[in-house]
Ligand binder design. Structure first.
Ligand code: AMP
Ligand code: MG
Length: 403
């Protein structure tokens, strides 16, 4: 019995468990998920300060015919200690510097006229202008970043502003990648007759890296029990193991058998999807093991639709399934009822609508149409045909062309 796409993904997500926490330097945390909430250790800003280069004044003293005597200077980095703004006086102040006692307003330098140690405020001013008030941004003790937040540059700025040089985030999974097959040679070797290059390992490693995991290439296992056993046991040291090929019905397809022998409990073997039907999933002591098909297109699509969400969950993400965009299908597509079909499409923006057309030959063996695609349309299992003009759900993999 094959699993439906939805039930396979749900089962994988149920079994993929969030990894433990670790403390990581803020230089390395972009894209990581915060494991513990961060609260403000102090008010931000910590003191009232000037938002402009200009003059600290008392608003009531200002006017076009009222020159103020300039007394004192507070550059950024200085304190306002011992400095105050007396009646008819102005203190020169730079952006970010603490405001002195007595001042209720900052006047930007460009709104002033300065002569002989005096300054005239030309325009109208309002009490409180250009003063950043202590705690106006964040108050001491307030929640700054909630646990579960994906750290972007802006969160990193906030963390750094509050003096955190490291934070607690969820660990990244080490993902072992094993290619299997007697026909495989590595890039750099010249393939002999009947041999093909192990390309899957490299696209999967790149995909793992792209979602934030740490790939570990195990090389190639040959289609025999000894070689597979050895490599699979090494792979099971990692947090996640991904194998490719050797999971179909061929007499050399030993991956499932050997996985069982090394103690991986199988949860399913086939999924009603196209491409990618011979995909298996199991667990060894809670570690997810994905056996993906050997075809490059199938291995990439199954990674994207099934492995990626699991890795994201393990890294603490709450949004693990890519949101769909909706586009109008350009041409009618026939498919097999009972299978979810992943159609390689090119999505373009035409006027105010998105239009998706097949990127070409959808055979599993055709890699170039994957290259031309910028998205994968997920066509529902229960449909035999999707008509031109119907709306389809698409997982985008790169930008949309505007024509
Ligand atoms: P299999 O599932 O072992 O029958 O493999 C299916 C197809 O994928 C065959 O044409 C293999 O040669 C090809 N294939 C298997 N492993 C890889 C790999 N690591 N890189 C590229 N193609 C592969
Ligand atoms: Mg094979």
């Amino acid at each position: 019995m094959a699993e439906s796409f939805e039930s396979a993904r749900a089962l994988i997500l149920e079994k993929a468990l969030v990894l433990p926490h670790e403390s990581v330097s803020i230089q390395e945390v972009v894209g990581r998920v915060l494991a513990e909430e961060v609260r403000a250790p102090w008010d931000m800003p910590q003191w009232d300060n000037s938002a402009m280069d200009g003059f600290a004044v008392r608003a009531e003293d200002c006017g076009p015919s009222k020159p103020l005597l300039i007394e004192g200077y507070i550059p950024a980095g200085a304190t306002a200690e011992g400095i105050s703004v007396g009646p008819g006086r102005a203190v020169r102040i730079m952006t970010g510097a603490p405001t002195p006692v007595g001042c209720d307003t900052i006047v930007p330098v460009e709104e002033t006229e300065e002569t002989d140690g005096r300054v005239v405020i030309e325009g109208r001013i309002k009490v409180g202008d250009h003063i950043r008030v202590r705690g106006e941004d964040v108050q001491k003790g307030a929640l700054v970043i909630a646990a579960g937040t994906v750290l972007r540059p802006v969160e990193i700025n906030m963390l750094a502003s509050f003096g955190f040089h490291s934070v607690t985030v969820f660990r990244r999974p080490q993902v072992a990648i094993l290619s299997t097959g007697d026909e495989l040679v590595e890039p750099g070797e010249i393939p002999g007759p009947g041999q093909i290059i192990n390309s899957n390992a490299y696209s999967l490693a790149a995909a793992v890296r792209e979602v934030g995991g740490e790939p570990l290439l195990l090389g190639i296992a040959r289609d025999n029990r000894k070689s597979l056993t050895e490599k699979l046991l090494t792979g099971l040291q990692a947090d996640v193991l991904i194998t490719t090929a050797g999971v179909s019905m061929g007499d050399r397809d030993l991956v499932c058998e050997v996985l069982e022998n090394v103690g991986v409990g199988r949860l399913f073997w086939k999924i009603d999807i196209k491409p990618g039907r011979p995909t298996a999933f199991g667990l060894k002591e809670g570690k997810p093991v994905f056996s993906l098909p050997g075809n490059p297109v199938s291995s990439m699509v199954t990674f994207e639709e099934l492995v990626r969400p699991a890795l994201l969950k393990m890294m603490g993400h709450s949004q693990v399934i890519k949101p769909f965009i909706k586009a109008i299908l350009k041409e009618t597509v026939s498919k097999k009822v009972g299978r979810t079909q992943f159609l390689r499409v090119r999505v373009v923006s035409e006027g105010n609508r998105l239009v998706a057309s097949s990127s070409g030959d959808q055979n599993t063996g055709i890699l170039s149409t994957m290259l031309r695609a910028n998205g994968i349309a997920v066509l529902p299992a229960d449909r035999a045909q999707i008509e031109a003009g119907e709306e389809v759900d698409i997982h985008m993999s790169s930008d949309i062309d505007v024509i």
